[in-house]
Design a protein around this ligand. Sequence first.
Ligand code: ATP
Ligand code: MG
Length: 445
Amino acid sequence: MADIASKKRKRASKTPELLRGFRDVIQEEAPYWQHVQASATDLLLDYSYSEIQLPILEATSLFKRTIGEHTDIVSKEMFTFEDQGGDSITLRPELTAGMVRAYIEHGMFNRPQPVKMYSIGPAFRYERPQAGRYRQFNQLSVELFGDAQPVADAEVIFISYLLCKQLGLDVTIHINSLGSSESREDYVQLLKEYIKPKRSLLCEDCKKRITKNPLRLLDCKEEACRALFIQAPLLVDNLDDESKKHFVAVLEHLDESEVPYELDPYIVRGLDYYNRTAFEIVASVTNDAVEGEEATVTNLIVGGGGRYDGLVEILGGRNTPAIGMAFGLERLVSAFKKTKSGISSEKKPQVFLAQLGEEAAKHAFTLFETLRSNNIRVRANFGKTGLKPQLELADKLGVVYTVILGQKELLDQTVIIRDMENGIQEVVDLTKIVDEIKKRLKKGR
Ligand code: ATP
Ligand code: MG
């Protein structure tokens, strides 16, 4: 008895840990996230995409109706629960459904079309955690509503490509056409007939897919299944005329704008709602060499998207063509880190503010703010007292100058500027500190 009680106590006192498949982005990694997000939003704003912020929790029915009951996401990956009022709610597994809901709910079809939006934030899927796959991950979703023309598909793909290029990634767009939902039905029959005699050779998931979601057979990750589909009839060979024309026009746009792409007839995408264009953005990343071995190059799918012309109507809106894509930000950041392009040194601190004595410490906030609000990148440690530890810190930060505010200087209304390279110190008027620092920084020292 005593043993059980002590075990329980031990468990209760253990420091709580992260849930499996969840992660923290700590200080060392956060600048990479900031860089990727800033670089993406600058580009999107330049191309007239506006930000929209959406809730993380939505009604479960939103995802069931849009993503589809028989997809992996809805059938086994959603974090769904009842709230205190007894309603079924779900942590969003992706952002597009919410964007479509918002488009309808805010009557955005009354605005000039196309409506171009992006949204950034977490998504949740109860998947088996592994490299590059988390249970909470972040997406950047980019959507264009109200334009059925191939140029809209090409625009979204072009911008996705630019975004990767801007981050120094080496990417190729893998692209396919899923045709119209009608032409797909005929194709699905062909596919079923092809695979039925081989049924016993398929993995358990694929056996279920034959009846529940046959198109998904094509993107099974099992080698044995993949081998079986090499000879299978292809969707692209069975497109209706309009979809074929559309696809060719999209590819022509990509050719013109020099977007590198590969035709990939096996892309079907995980969600039910796509029609016509479907694509994935594949980054080729160089992994660091481990001891005794050469660096390896792997392909990482950083994002994907497609056209979803029926989706707005499925949710009760007007018939509105749309195309969108989503980046997985964990993968984008990880690929960006591996480019070793680093983060702009612009943000490196220029000045350290050291203070000596009680009175100076009290004035330090004000002086710090004077420097900061005049666009000088200043750092300080307000809790440190001695000069030596503060100079050491300044050294570590690599600042060009340290501004020293001491008891005597405060009385004289002066400060000392110390050149961190040669240790030369000069006394200047407190009121002139901003000009004095700027003058020196401009001179290159
Ligand atoms: P996959 O084939 O890798 O499972 P998916 O088709 O499920 O991808 P989408 O729903 O299209 O992925 O999501 C868009 C992007 O979000 C993916 O390309 C990927 O970069 C990222 N992503 C999807 N699921 C996860 C996850 N569990 N963890 C991290 N990133 C993810
Ligand atoms: Mg998936």
